[in-house]
Design a protein around this ligand. Structure first.
Ligand code: E4P
Length: 217
């Protein structure tokens, strides 16, 4: 399963890319607004840092304007994946952009029927927002299971990109279910590096090693 970073922050991306675990990046208008500056310049810089898919979302809401904006975003770099929201206009825009061989990530997916429709119009990715479903006492991971089953049964090439991830257990469950991608805030990736037994174990190894060195003749 691929791991994407869900951020528009260049410093966060720069810090994790050298570890070799970042397969791509997703952004959204809220994340880009947080960064300030020129969003297209930021997307270009992200593409220079990450040799993988970088989702950039349209802010237009009418399908023709979405197509125009999507083509402009795709022209920034060959790594750009155009993100459109799941609306009637978004679906129509996805169909046109996919016809242009532009990869589209259909976002704000909250039901299996939405994912099925997005796959039928050629989406490269669908983004079910599992954390936001969990927040309202719905089963976010259950939705991922439904989408994976449907795509497997009908051999859709569309990848399941698990989004709105809140913690490491979402990564584990997404991987067990056979999701293609999990996009994570940096805080969730950092949490995967923390384990008290690893820290305690390393401390003991190093202490034992030092003791042995000190007692050498
Ligand atoms: C996905 O592409 C979205 O950017 C993101 O995962 C949304 O997450 P949130 O629900 O934490 O805002």
């Amino acid at each position: 399963m691929k791991i994407f970073l869900d951020t528009g922050n260049l410093k966060e991306i720069e810090a994790l890319v050298p570890l070799g675990i970042v397969d791509g990046v997703t952004t959204n208008p809220s994340l880009m607004a947080k960064e300030g500056g020129d969003p297209r310049a930021i997307i270009r810089s992200i593409c220079e840092l990450v040799q993988g898919p970088v989702s950039a979302e349209v802010v237009a809401t009418e399908w023709q304007a979405m197509v125009t904006e999507g083509r402009e975003l795709a022209a920034i770099d060959s790594h750009v994946v155009v993100k459109v929201p799941f609306t009637r206009d978004g679906v129509r825009a996805c169909k046109v952009l996919a016809g242009d061989e532009i990869r589209v990530n259909v976002t704000l997916i909250f039901s299996a029927t939405q994912a099925l429709i997005a796959a039928k119009v050629g989406a490269a990715y669908v983004s079910p927002f599992i954390g936001r479903l969990d927040d309202i006492a719905s089963d976010g991971m259950g939705l991922v299971r439904q989408i994976v089953d449907i795509f497997d049964a009908h051999q859709f090439m569309t990848e399941v990109l698990v989004a709105s991830v809140r913690g490491p257990m979402h990564i584990v469950e997404a991987a067990r279910m056979g999701a293609d991608v999990c996009t994570c805030p940096v805080s969730v990736v950092e949490a995967c590096f923390k384990h008290p037994l690893t820290d305690i174990g390393l401390e003991k190894f190093l202490k034992d090693w030092e003791k042995a060195q000190a007692s050498r003749p």
